[in-house]
Design a protein around this ligand. Structure first.
Ligand SMILES: Nc1ncnc2c1ncn2[C@@H]1O[C@H](COP(=O)(O)OP(=O)(O)OP(=O)(O)O)[C@@H](O)[C@H]1O
Length: 263
């Protein structure tokens, strides 16, 4: 479904990914973890066909992207646009100016425009899909509310609904739980697992917090300084040694911090 072979991505002087080789099978739900600046977002960007590859090759759903003359093969632009229709992307936060007069259902409809085409009007089937995903995500009650008036958890749900309205095969989520309180965080994680299973998706989600991955996935890719440090079950990946080397924390520090919770 997704394969990266010796992929390197850089932003001017900054190397964001180096020599990354990774395979994701159809139907997998994979967590991408690592500290700030590890290259997590860049990995999603490479899968989404938007990164400039310095080296290596990315294959997604049979589309091949490799480093061209200027770091990108521009002949593939049209194909990449086709590919992106099949990839639902949930960015960090839903950064819409609160003064923009757009309702929740209109924000979810934005996900359909790759299929509808710019300048065309949504048809009944598009509204049916928007209603279906809003029902599933549990935001029907917010349909006519301005998006600027939503809480952080509600915005995240709208963002997920918008990505699903696209009817993607792959769902990429960039830190869907950041800025959320514990209740909303658990709710969003459950929702990700539920939609992953219901729509038979291949899902990758980025997180800062190892605990998120224990809740919903069997496989984690741990990145640090643009390289894959470990991949496998969270129990194996978040070993005391990796926590120390990658996050600079000892297991005792974490258990001490959570000991007061009485869990
Ligand atoms: N548009 C950009 N221009 C220049 N450098 C960038 C750009 N985007 C990312 N970088 C750099 O590439 C490296 C990897 O960034 P990336 O955003 O992929 O990491 P991340 O793991 O998602 O970080 P975070 O958890 O803080 O969001 C960082 O050193 C960052 O400064």
């Amino acid at each position: 479904m997704i394969s990266l072979n010796k992929v390197a991505v850089s932003y001017r002087d900054e190397i964001a990914l180096r020599d990354v080789t990774l395979k994701i099978k159809q139907g997998e739900l994979v967590g991408i973890a690592g500290p700030n600046g590890a290259g997590k977002t860049t990995l999603l960007t490479a899968i989404n066909g938007l990164a400039t590859l310095v080296h290596g090759e990315v294959k997604v759903l049979g589309y091949k992207m490799s480093a061209g003359k200027k770091g990108r093969d521009f002949r593939l632009d049209w194909k990449i646009a086709q590919l992106r229709k099949k990839i639902g992307y949930v960015p960090q936060g839903l950064n819409i100016d609160p003064r923009v007069p757009i309702s929740v259902k209109e924000a979810v409809m934005i996900g359909r425009y790759g299929h509808i085409g710019l300048g065309r009007r949504p048809k009944k089937e598009d509204w049916d899909i928007v209603n279906e995903v809003m029902k599933l995500i549990g935001i029907m009650n917010l349909a006519n509310k301005p998006v600027g008036h939503l809480s952080g958890g509600e915005k995240q749900k709208v963002s997920i609904a918008r990505a699903l309205a696209q009817k993607p095969s792959i769902l990429l989520l960039d830190e869907p739980t950041s800025f959320l309180d514990w209740r909303s965080r658990i709710e969003i994680l459950r929702l990700i697992k539920e939609v992953h299973e219901k729509y038979n998706l291949t899902t990758l989600f980025v997180t800062h917090d190892p605990i998120d991955t224990f809740n919903i996935c069997n496989r984690v890719v741990l990145l640090n300084k643009g390289e894959i440090v470990a991949t496998g079950h969270p129990n194996k990946v978040f070993s005391p040694k990796n926590l120390r080397n990658v996050y600079g924390v000892n297991l005792e520090e974490i258990t001490n911090a959570t000991r007061h919770l009485n869990i």
